[in-house]
Design a protein around this ligand. Structure first.
Ligand code: IMP
Length: 175
C-alpha cells in the first residue's frame, strides 16, 4: 500500500507483468512494420516510461518524437480542444504510431488522431498501455493495447496523481 498526498493506492499490475505485455506489443509492432521506418509520437508526460520500454524492445529502424498536448477553451460546442506542441517532423507520407499511457474517455486520442490525420500521413495507429472501456465516450481505434482495466484511478509507471507517482515502477489503483 502507498500513500500519495491524501490518497491511498494498492498494488494493481506488477512491473514484470507490465513488461511481459509490453514485449508482446513490441514484437507485434516489429512484425507489422518490418522494412518500414515508423515515426513514434510519444505523448508526454504520462507515456514516457511505457514508450521507453516499448520502443527499445522493437527491432525496427524508426524515428521518435515527443509532443505535449495543451488544452485551451473554445467557445464552440466542441468544448476544449487540445493543441499539439512540439511536433516539428514532417508527417506527410509517414507511418505514425502514437504512444499514449491510457485511453480513458478517448477524447484526447480521438482529437489527436484527427489532427495527425489532417497532416496526411501514410498511416496512423495508437499504442496505449492501458484502456478503460467503461469510460470511453469517443471511438478510438487502439491497434496496440496493453491492458483493459476497470474504470478506477491508477497511478505509477508514468501515470500521475497531481504530478506525483510517475516514477513508481508498477501500477497502483485507488483503494
Ligand atoms: P482521455 O482524454 O479521457 O482519454 O484522457 C486521457 C488522459 O487522462 C491520459 O493521458 C492521462 O493523462 C489521464 N488519465 C486518465 N485516467 C487516468 C488515471 O487513472 N490515472 C492517471 N491519469 C489518468
Amino acid at each position: 500500500m502507498i500513500t500519495i498526498l491524501d490518497k491511498t493506492f494498492v498494488p494493481f499490475i506488477e512491473r514484470e507483468k507490465l513488461e511481459e505485455r509490453i514485449s508482446e506489443l513490441a514484437s507485434q509492432i516489429s512484425a507489422d512494420y518490418k522494412d518500414r521506418c515508423p515515426l513514434f509520437i510519444v505523448v508526454l508526460n504520462g507515456a514516457f516510461l511505457f514508450a521507453t520500454e516499448l520502443i527499445k524492445r522493437t527491432q525496427l529502424q524508426c524515428e521518435i518524437t515527443f509532443v505535449k498536448l495543451a488544452s485551451y477553451s473554445q467557445t464552440e460546442s466542441t468544448g476544449s480542444v487540445r493543441q499539439i506542441i512540439g511536433l516539428e517532423e514532417k508527417i506527410t507520407g509517414r507511418d505514425v504510431i502514437i504512444v499514449e499511457d491510457i485511453v480513458d474517455t478517448g477524447l484526447t486520442m480521438n482529437q489527436l488522431v484527427n489532427q495527425i490525420t489532417a497532416l496526411d500521413p501514410a498511416s496512423v495507429e495508437i499504442a496505449t498501455l492501458l484502456h478503460k472501456p467503461d469510460a470511453l465516450q469517443k471511438p478510438v481505434n487502439m491497434r496496440y493495447m496493453g491492458f483493459e482495466i476497470e474504470n478506477r484511478f491508477v497511478v505509477g509507471y508514468g501515470l500521475d496523481y497531481n504530478g506525483l507517482g510517475r516514477n513508481l515502477n508498477a501500477l497502483y489503483i485507488l483503494s
